[in-house]
Design a protein. Structure first.
Length: 57
């Protein structure tokens, strides 16, 4: 796994961390406005990670 800025390793690590945070939100927060906001923010960050990776190619 390549960990330099243009490698896939950093993207994979970032997406795994975001997925773990999403699981924690799902398991620990009550359904409602704050859970939805957390899902939205995590989705936004995941989108930015993927978009940045596609731009660098």
């Amino acid at each position: 796994m390549e960990m330099h800025p243009s490698g896939d390793g950093r993207m994979i690590v970032a997406l795994v961390i975001l997925a773990l945070l999403a699981v924690l939100v799902w398991r620990t927060m009550e359904p409602g406005r704050f859970q939805q906001l957390s899902w939205l923010l995590l989705g936004f960050f995941a989108f930015r990670v993927v978009l940045t990776r596609l731009r660098s190619r």
